[in-house]
Write a protein that binds this ligand. Structure first.
Ligand SMILES: [Zn+2]
Length: 277
């Protein structure tokens, strides 16, 4: 397998997977979806009883059930450094919770206001401040307030989707669009009718300029009076797309996914070898 990066932004990427089978591509897709570790809020403690602020008494209540607020907090992308953090049950603290495996947040707001993800304040390093501060959590009316302590820990999406670092993971075969110049009558229907604008006109002739954008819809081949265009796909090359939720960069997620796949393949090879012995 080889990877050629087409586009690599912080939270969005596109690459070409070469010399691979459909099974390889699907294994990478499944690893990207469910095996990448990331941080997410897993425990939320709500203060009960009145909250005093600015000489006024507020009721610690919101229009939503506490479990709904906790669920919304769980889905907020938490910045994740895989070099710093470890799984809580594998940590040296043996699951008690320490700076190596958990991050604590406080959330203290009085109404009327909308509580946003940016109101979650990390107790400790500022690096854990939520990067997307405008995710609405709950709206408080006058006299309402929340005082919350939340604990984030590492997990993977095979346990719960809140630990899914990637979104929109998908791939398609690399399209191959060829024009038989001996048949082409330069009617240029392909240039005007292709919905993805794959063709350009150069010196009166159609030229395939953006083959990566082709969706294999076959409109160009069907509309060509001379049947000069053939559209097929390469079964060993795939165009891959995915985004992250912002907790990690795409480059980091791809690197981690490939190392997880490599380890899984090695384990599988060893198990197969032990069966033969
Ligand atoms: Zn620990």
């Amino acid at each position: 397998m080889q990877i050629e990066i087409i586009e690599m932004e912080e939270t969005k990427c596109r690459f070409l997977l070469k010399d691979a089978t459909h099974a390889d591509a699907n294994a990478l897709r499944r690893t990207l979806i469910s095996d990448i570790p990331k941080m997410a809020i897993d425990q939320v403690e709500f203060h009960l009883g009145p909250i005093m602020a600015d000489g006024k008494e507020y009721e610690s209540v919101t229009p939503l059930f506490d479990e709904v607020v906790a669920h919304r907090l769980g889905l907020v992308p938490i910045p994740t450094d895989l070099e710093l953090m470890s799984f809580r049950d594998e940590c040296v603290c043996e699951g008690e919770g320490c700076p190596n495996c958990i991050v604590m947040y406080s959330l203290n707001k009085i109404g009327p206001c909308t509580v946003y993800s940016g109101d979650l304040l990390p107790l400790g390093h500022e690096a854990f401040k939520v990067k997307d501060p405008l995710i609405p959590i709950v709206t408080l009316s006058d006299g309402q307030a929340v005082l919350i302590y939340a604990i984030a820990e590492m997990g993977t999406a095979s346990r719960h989707v809140k630990w899914q670092a990637t979104t929109g993971v998908g791939y398609k075969y690399l399209p191959i669009v060829s024009i038989d110049e001996s048949k082409c009558d330069q009617g240029l229907q392909c240039v005007t009718r292709c919905p993805r604008k794959v063709f350009d006109e150069v010196d009166g002739k159609p030229v395939v300029s953006r083959v990566l954008d082709c969706s294999l819809c076959n409109t160009c081949a069907e509309d060509c009076d001379q049947q000069a265009i053939e559209v097929c796909s390469d079964p060993n090359q795939f165009i891959f797309n995915f985004e992250t939720d912002g907790s990690m960069t795409c480059a980091k997620v791809l690197e981690v996914a490939l190392s997880i796949l490599e380890a899984n393949f090695e384990d599988f090879g060893e198990m197969a070898a032990s069966l033969q012995a």
